[in-house]
Write a protein that binds this ligand. Structure first.
Ligand code: ATP
Ligand code: MG
Length: 253
């Protein structure tokens, strides 16, 4: 069984960065292979991890839909065909593999392909001790139940008062949507060194998180993103990487 980490939060709070740091941190700690899932159609977890995902799960679903209506899949069982195409979409790299979900289902559910996809993804993930999912802002992916179970749900936020309010709101939504997870972590990202950490007391009284983590705002990380470098270029001695690396054993001990 794969230990699944799903990272969510408001737009721009650092979800993709945190996902990248989790993947590289797990690999650096010898917990490979990791399955990285890019579940944000507008995201670039692949670039952050220095690979390129040309084909996506969404495009396989579309092909299956078109193929089944034109009869192109005759001769090969559809489930088998989807299985094969998903295997082809998997980007294999050193210590981790990546799969991109692409666009979500449009109007008019192609339920057959969706169900097969869930099955294939479940089986795929079971080959890896760890799965890290970078989600789009909000909880859409998780509410679609594309992953069967989440072991650690990460709510990412910024240190502003509004940022903390958003974390609270997101948690309320997760409860309303009955999103199931085993452990909950709040990660407050981009804490400036000249500012005091916000008091999380009021937030923690309403959001029963198992872990709370602060990540510093870091010039090296910002510069890396500006020039489009990959997370592998960051030394584990970097302040943000070190904070993630200190957190991982807490979760996975
Ligand atoms: N701790 C940090 N220090 C410096 N820069 C950071 C830090 N965390 C994230 N960033 C930068 O902030 C920007 C937004 O981060 P990121 O893309 O990870 O957010 P996101 O939540 O995935 O955004 P989106 O909602 O658009 O997917 C990026 O340029 C990233 O490099
Ligand atoms: Mg992102």
């Amino acid at each position: 069984m794969s230990y699944t980490v799903a990272i969510t939060g408001k737009g721009g709070t650092g979800k993709t960065t945190i996902a990248g740091l989790f993947v590289t941190g797990l690999v650096a700690a010898g917990r490979a292979p990791v399955l990285a899932v890019d579940a944000d159609p507008n995201s670039c977890l692949d670039a952050v991890l220095g690979v390129n995902a040309a084909s996506t799960v969404g495009s396989v679903r579309e092909e299956a839909r078109d193929g089944s209506s034109s009869g192109a899949l005759k001769g090969m069982a559809r489930a088998e065909w989807i299985d094969l195409r998903i295997a082809e979409s998997l980007v294999e790299a050193d210590g981790f593999d990546l799969i991109a979900m692409g666009r979500p289902e449009g109007p008019g559910c192609y339920c057959y392909a969706n169900n097969v996809l869930k099955d294939v993804l479940g089986r795929l993930a079971s080959n890896y001790p760890y799965t890290v999912i970078d989600n789009e802002a909000g909880l859409e992916n998780l509410s679609r139940r594309i992953v069967r179970s989440v072991d650690l749900l990460v709510l990412a936020g910024d240190p502003s008062r509004r940022g903390l309010e958003t974390v609270k709101r997101l948690y309320g939504l997760a409860v309303d949507m009955k999103i199931s997870y085993k452990k909950l972590a709040i990660i407050i990202n981009r804490l400036r060194s000249d500012s005091t950490p916000p008091d999380l007391g009021p937030l923690k009284s309403e959001v029963p998180a198992d872990f709370t983590v602060f990540l510093p705002d870091d010039a090296e990380l910002a510069e890396l993103a500006e020039r489009g470098g990959s997370m592998w270029e960051l030394s584990r001695g970097n302040r943000v990487a070190a904070a993630v690396d200190a957190f991982l054993p807490e979760v996975f001990s």
